[in-house]
Write a protein that binds this ligand. Sequence first.
Ligand SMILES: Nc1ncnc2c1ncn2[C@@H]1O[C@H](COP(=O)(O)OP(=O)(O)OP(=O)(O)O)[C@@H](O)[C@H]1O
Length: 216
Amino acid sequence: MGLALRNITHNYGDAAGNVLHNVSLEVLSGQMLGLAAPSGAGKSTLLSIAAGLTIPVSGEVQVDAAAERGALTIGYLPQSPRAYADPRLTLAATITAPLSFAQGSLRPRPKRFSRQLATACAQAELDPRLLGRKPDEVSDGQLQRALMARTLITDPLVVIADEPTAQLDYETTKMIFSTLCRRAEQGAAVLVASHDVDTLQEYCTSVVGLDQLGGS
Ligand SMILES: Nc1ncnc2c1ncn2[C@@H]1O[C@H](COP(=O)(O)OP(=O)(O)OP(=O)(O)O)[C@@H](O)[C@H]1O
């Protein structure tokens, strides 16, 4: 399977009513599905639900069980790397944090994971000389490469990327989308949202509009 969202309905409890109404989608392992919709349509809300970061009012999220892989099934790449990254952590600590958490430690220990760190940096084309810097000492593109490395370091079965290249340059956009593609070719189910339909069509296995999924 991969990732399946079934009959997701969500609202924020205000007069605006439902942001998502009865939305269903499936992303198979090995597939990269592009989710296209204009700003404000509910892409971030849906992807946050898919990543388990938001609990929907109703509906179900199913992810490949893969119990033997522990809790590191889903990798999440955010829309705004600067809002997401902890300003106190170095890039090395940021990237390896999921591995520390998986071992039950809230204290980042980048040295313990130097091998995985080197591999993830190479995959995300992040210059290792930046690893000792903190988020406000690198550019937006470099920070998003670090978060891409953080996403890949757990070798996730499902990757969820929410407008991962909004406001980034052409080279970084190409790297992020090519890396997501490679991840899908290696067997992950990849769901990526964007309002940039052309980029989605260039890289994704298929592209679907949020308005085709049951209503937004
Ligand atoms: N925490 C919140 N509280 C109230 N309303 C919210 C909240 N988060 C999002 N919304 C509203 O839900 C709707 C969908 O927002 P969402 O961020 O999911 O859209 P989007 O398609 O990702 O937009 P963008 O492309 O601009 O990021 C919008 O009308 C937004 O104002």
